[in-house]
Unconditional design. Structure first.
Length: 193
């Protein structure tokens, strides 16, 4: 039998399958090329500013929420203007009018789930992966990845972290990426904690 006509197609098929053979290096390339390489770090955080009163009376200067407002004003997130208000007895008293700036909406936009994004997580290296398995006709591998967290620009400020009572970020954490093998190669299908 003449094997020469079959040699080139067999070599081509072998080369194609090797290109998608699971490996740490290949999976790192797939994850690095995907937008999922960076994930938002979001926390359920609230501050007194979320319950922002329109006016504060004069004694509010000693109120801890008002001290937080001063920090937020210093950072351009709200304005504080001295004005007059009427107390419960009908007497005019000095007060402060507090209003959010557009910068607040930009940096502290609250998603529908109530969490605020305070940082980013970036994939650093593949720790391990499961051997690819057939699931509903698709080859799937679970890849455990170590990454690092860092605060966004506003959350890097220690005063603002104190206002929002932000917990420290963990230096390294793990996430699990679900990779699926498609005609074009491995792709990220999902990411979980």
């Amino acid at each position: 039998m003449n094997w020469k006509p079959l040699t080139f197609p067999l070599l081509l098929l072998t080369a194609c399958s090797d290109r998608n053979a699971p490996s740490t290096a290949l999976f790192e390339q797939v994850i690095e090329a995907d937008k999922a390489v960076t994930q938002a770090v979001c926390r359920d955080i609230t501050t007194g500013v979320d319950r922002l009163p329109a006016k504060y009376q004069l004694d509010a200067d000693q109120d801890s929420f008002f001290q937080d407002y001063k920090i937020l004003e210093k950072n351009g997130y709200l304005t504080i203007r001295q004005t007059k208000a009427t107390d419960v007895f009908g007497t005019a008293v000095d007060a402060w009018e507090v209003a959010l700036t557009p910068k607040w909406a930009t940096d502290f936009d609250t998603p529908s789930d109530g969490e605020r994004c305070v940082g980013t997580w970036r994939a650093q290296k593949v720790n391990s992966f499961t051997p690819p398995a057939e699931v509903n006709g698709v080859r799937v591998s679970a890849v455990t990845v170590t990454g690092t967290q860092s605060y966004t620009a506003w959350a890097s400020d220690p005063e603002l972290r104190a206002v929002f009572n932000l917990p420290p970020l963990k230096t390294t954490t793990e996430k699990t990426y679900t990779l699926v093998l498609k005609n074009v190669g491995w792709e990220v299908a999902g990411v979980s904690e």
